[in-house]
Design a protein around this ligand. Sequence first.
Ligand code: 2AM
Ligand code: CA
Ligand code: CA
Ligand code: CA
Length: 263
Amino acid sequence: MAQSALLTIMTAAARKAARSLKRDFGEVENLQVSRKGPADFVSAADKRAERAIYEELHKSRPTYSFLMEEGGEIEGTDGQHRWIIDPLDGTTNFLHSIPMFAISIGLERNGQMVGGVIYNPITDELFTAERGKGAFLNNRRLRVSGRVHLADAVAVTGIKQTASARNDATTIAEAAAMNAACAGIRRTGSAALDLAYVAAGRFDGMWERDLAPWDIAAGILMVREAGGLVTDLSNKEIKPESGSVLAANEKLHAQMRKALKAV
Ligand code: 2AM
Ligand code: CA
Ligand code: CA
Ligand code: CA
């Protein structure tokens, strides 16, 4: 399958960042690390990878806007397109030498997600999606899982250290409810990879609170293009800014919603 110009650009940026991340992953003990908040770390690796992505995308599309986890917003002249970037999703894993992290790049056009790339440099798994054209893993077409009973399903979530006390209690209660209702829950530490894995049918479903736009921008398009249903946790239409996510096939989505609502 010939890759579109858009995905070629996004993939090139992700691969450039990946080379930077792999170098830093090999010497993680020497990295400069600072704290953005309690249990919220950023390292020189996050910043170097983000710079690589920014430079590559800005070179190819000089008029587009940017929203990046570390660098914030950069307004472009184009007014229609915005890149939404997490240069390293799973920083805590990265800093502990756990090879489960990803680069996430999404493109929004007039408020709609139209392109997404999620790349794990360690496994060399490249997940891509374009609006209306499907989702792929290294050129293989992706489809969400076909499981229809929550009792058979593996669901993934994330639990934040920094959420408000009330949200912490809700998060734990929801995880307990889901754990009792499904075949198993997982917590990987990378929301972007979680969504890519839902698109690939590895995880049957994903839910999470307290997420930032760059955690989910690419992933929500990926799940949708793999035939999944993705909403926020109130079952409303999802945007990168929604702050929460619930993703699965349509049947499991309804069952997961019910399990979470019972909390
Ligand atoms: P990060 O590694 O890019 O920071 C895991 O549940 C998800 O939550 C990841 O996407 C992770 O992104 C994000 N995350 C981790 N720690 C966080 C924190 N303290 N505040 C907000 N998001 C966090
Ligand atoms: Ca972070
Ligand atoms: Ca993130
Ligand atoms: Ca990050």
